[in-house]
Write a new protein. Sequence first.
Lengths: 614, 824
Amino acid sequence: MIETNNVLTKPSGPEYQFLVGEGLYVLREDLHLATPPPHPSEAPVVNPNPLSTAAQPATVGTRLSLLTLDSGPLSPPVYRTSSRSDGVQGGIPEHPDESQSSTDVRESSSDAGRINSGEMPPLASSAPAFGEGNSALAPPAQKDPNKRRKPKNNMSKSNSSFISRVINHETLAKRLQERATDGMFAFVNINRAFQWLDLSSSAKKADYLTKILFTKAHCLCHDVNRVTRSSSHIDVIMGFSTGEIIWWEPISQRYTRLNKHGIINKAPVFEIEWIPGSENLFLAAHMDGSLIVYDKEKEDGSFSAEDEGGLARTSSEMGSGSGSHHSCQIQVNKSVHSKTQKTNPVAVWKLSNHRINAFAFSPDNRHLAVVSEDGSLRIIDYLKEELLDLFYAYYGGLTCVCWSPDGKYVLTGGQDDLISIWCPSEAEGSSGLVARCQGHHSWVTSVAFDPWRCDDKNYRFGSVGEDGRLCLWDFSVGMLHRPRAASVRHRGSVSSRPGLTPLHRAETAATAATNATGASGGDAASPGGPDPNSQKAEAEGNGGGKRMVVPHPVEPRATTAMLPPVSSKTVDQDPLCWLEFTPDAILTSCKSGHIRTWSRPSELASQLEEQKQT
Amino acid sequence: MAGFFQKLIGGGNAVSKPDNSASVKGKKDEPPQDLTPVEKLLYNAGPIREDGSDKFFGLENFGSTCYCNSIVQVLYHSEHFRENVVKYPPVSPSWTERKVNVTIRPPPQANGTAAGPAKGQPATKPRQSFSGGQLAPPVPPLRPEDKPDSPEYKKKQAMIRGPILELAQESSEAYGMQECTFTCLKDIFMALIESQSRTGVLSPQRFLEIFKRDNEGFRNSMHQDAHEFYGIVLNDVIANVEANAKRMQELTESTSGNGHAVSNETAPSHINTTFGTGTPGTGWVHDIFEGVLTSETRCLACETASQRDETFLDLSIDLEQHSSVTACLQSFSAEEMLCERNKFHCDRCGGLQEAEKRMKIKKLPKVLALHLKRFKYTEDFTRLQKLFHRVVYPYHLRMFNTTDDVEDPDRMYELYAVVVHIGGQAVHGHYVVVIKTKDRGWLLFDDEMVEPVDKNFVLNFFGDKPGMACAYVLFYQETTFEKVREEMDAEGLEQVKLASQAAELAANAEQVNGATSVPILKVNTQTLPPASENEILATVERPRSTPNDITSPAQPPPPLSESEAHPLIAAPPPAPAVMTKADEAATVPPKTKEEKAREKRELRAQEKAQEKTRKAAEKERARLAAQERQEQNKLLREALRSEQDQLQKAIRESKQTAADEEKRHKTETSDAAGPERGSDNHKNSSSGFLSLADRSRKSMMARKSFAFLKVDKERDKDKAKADKGDRTDRSEGSSDNRSDLADSSTTTTTGAGESASHNLHAQNGTGARTASPLPARLGPPPRSDTAPAAVDRLLPTHKDKPPLMERFSFGLGRKKSSKFLSTS
């Protein structure tokens, strides 16, 4: 066996710390996860022919989810002392990837008293539950709420060709019993391996609780359900490069395969997330631009858009027929309100034909922000299955997205090396862009708000990129430095038609803006799009009228506020792929498997105090 | 058979791939099983296009000439450039008989040695292994070229399949030009465009010979630098065209002197419209590739800020580990201190001072070539090493480092070609290029081999992947946000197919689909308007023997009777067709091409079998099915047709605008002449090693060499101001000013004689401006009796070159060489 063990190191030195306004962040530790070698059955990674056109398996770097089972704050938040319950402050079950920040978001939403997070009743929010009103979706009554259903198959004893090996820690049960209840679990996917780590015991941090090696498929994303988590039950879902999905319950070591052999969708799953407040439903973003809602307990039913009701079919056919406009709405290939809910999928939405790189649920649990390889940011009312807004990156694809804790702003990072701040609620008739943040030297891979350093007006967020940099940003609307024309909301679409005089361009822009206003301003009944094939008629039956959304124009550089980082630090040798804020630290991960924990200044201070005392 | 091939050769390229066309005809609807991926891609693609955008030829490698092949492919697939090369020099109708002198070399036998007819038996077996895509090699591989998925094998197969076009004789005379890099390049382009086959191999031997003749540094069989080659070819093209323009101008002077019945007013316009005398003729090269950099230098002693502009054909950017092209461009424009040994000579302080300097882009080029400086000297300057930094590049780009007054600061660029260097060292290695074609997606060009690739393949060359293949030159071209959106919407469907292909899960689902879904049979109705067809033929088929009417303006070509003899035109549009990509985009099912092909094959095989056994009834059914199918597809077809019509319209429009632009350009920029540029190519004959050396220097040094142009700057500015009056919205305006700057500076250094002739050019230009924009009249052929004289006249000009070269070897035209010279 070639795979090595995880290695925990504590490098120190000036290169492992960085100074921000609030103080010095210092690297606490570096956990290097063993990267598994390719499975013997897999084609050699090092292809002797660099020009080989054989399709490469989709890979992502190292993505983590953090989870605590128990309440109990690890450290008091810096700014937040509000109504939040202790449990919320504590470990936040986190999200696999870029959209992990949606967790922050969720958590803060509990501030607003809207929603659940572990301890709160799941549906205490003002937002209706997803699929509410569809009796076909009503969960079967459970006899004992504490006894949750487990997946079908035993993972350790599995002889599935999908799973290569499962290695449990020798004393797994003992460790689970003995561990501090407020300790943090981490779930990590790295290439074809999936590891379950216990971050609470500093000594044994490097020892995984469970390590799963898959045969050929790479696990690209995963998520942990925070509604159902308990010391006896954790629901984990993983999305794979083959399109398949595994529901895994680590305590009982049981699993179920969903979308087996890609019967529902064959495209790789790039992002997966439990629907907020739901015990069973989760949303998977497939590479072909589909968003599919699955139920962890339902069997796969073979699905194609054409099999569904007439409404869905016409919608999909029209969508692809109408060419350039099919991206301006979502095709509901199967609605959550469909009456046939015996099998998966629960709902199927087709956004475009481009890879969805990330999505994030809004703190109020009503909206979904989705970013794609085609550079689009879509704001979707997923309860109504309706596209609300469509924004485009300055150029290149968008790679990551998150919501601000108050749900007002959306951050995206992309292949233009920029982080864009959007304000969807005030986007009507404008580009919706608040500012662009320039500071990365390569593509941005993950963005997240630091809820402990956000308040009503000031926001702190962080980002990591392929340049190995961790950038921290402070943003407050009033303080934005806008270029000359900034006071006027400029609506120029960035069309680079040569020979178009500025005046002319302004005209077209104005027209576009008018359209946009018409579309987003009017209610569902008025399709603002110029598309003659507008399908409101067909779509209306699908619950909530459908309308063509006119994309917001791209803000020209001359009128965009640019925000510089408050800190920019190369924190790793390799491209970074994930970051997360915890009460006491910033965690980053890189492609080669290094998970680094950067202690916050406050944490550092307390540590120093402790040292003095001892 | 030998006789057959003799005939082939004799017939020029009028006869295309005999075996292929035969097989296509024989099987009609059914795609032959042994198609290569490119042929599959192109199968039943409709009539051959006249603009050459559907020609995907490999280029033969003569030993380490891959640098040439990749660049020629890029240039050919740069639409603007190709169009302009074809259009220049404008042709008179009497040339239309002639074509590029192409011979078709018999393809080599599969076993390598003897040339012979490629009836295909030897190649059949290996070919079939292609159709399976990833099939394991049937025989244990002996040599690299026997492995079906090895590049060597594919290249060999490409040669076997042919046709191999050879440009044995130059056609320069027909263009009214001396044989030079430009004419040879044009020959290649014309040969490809005129070819009856869409695929094959072309031998660029003649082009290389001539290129090497003019560029000493390339006269060896060593590995050369593709970026350097690119720069030199472009400069050669500029020089050749300018030299030609100058020659023609002189020629006209003499003809009008000879008392031809040309009035003073009409003569200049005549010339200008026909040959684009002076810069107007070459303006198109500048227009496409040239941008303007401005360097702002602020002297730290006296705080004086000075600006200096220089033109560029590409940007050489330094690389950092784990960065993006965007970031590298930013650091290219980052502020820079000039200090210590590198102080700035401040005119005001009158001495070397420390200064701050920044480079910004003042005019964005239409085609932005980004040279990633992957070759760098080691610390001790003893050898070049290759940097394997991971540098990511997006499909689209906008520039941040522009000046405030740049036109269209948010211009959107799209990546359309990536020249890839494979190998661990600077002095060895291999070049290939991945090119985004207009409507066939991305293709990989590896010498003789052409292969369609997934869009994601393009991003395999960031530099950190195993195999040492790194992007070396990136070509971005101007586009618009709207176009990008449209394309995204369309191409997404392709990606879906590829994704599902990659997942390899299609196998069982496919049969279900195959049974239920209706295969789409389609007559590709894309026919080109006959008028434009003739037009192109007119430019293409030039009689070799009659270079008489050189100066007579290009004319709407007469209806061509040749077209009947022309197999391309006579050929009926291919009948029932596999769907093209566009078609597929129109139909929803995200099936892979292979699946479709298979489905179709299966279905037809079924039908045939049924016919044999239960004839009548089954036939009826089949026919019904076909009818049904046809009905279903009618709609789709209509959609497609309108789409294609739109495409055609767009093409026509773009051609029109291109033509207009050029016309405008000619008229507006004639004051900025400069045959002196021709000297550039000579200075480039500095050895490859030297230029490699420059490459590793900081580009900043190069900019210094332009200091002496500064004086002229003021003058130039005035001129530019004056120009502004009649400059409207054209983007080439500033470029012309730039070349003007270069020229005026040359003038100052060379003397009055030259500038006088420039003024003449300028006057001619003005004349042209006022003249009727459409050169529709058939002037008396002023050159009819002076054709030989023209050649004579050219010779002295040519002899002029070496001294010119010496004089201008620094500073002008090419940045790189000047860089080296100025710093040495």
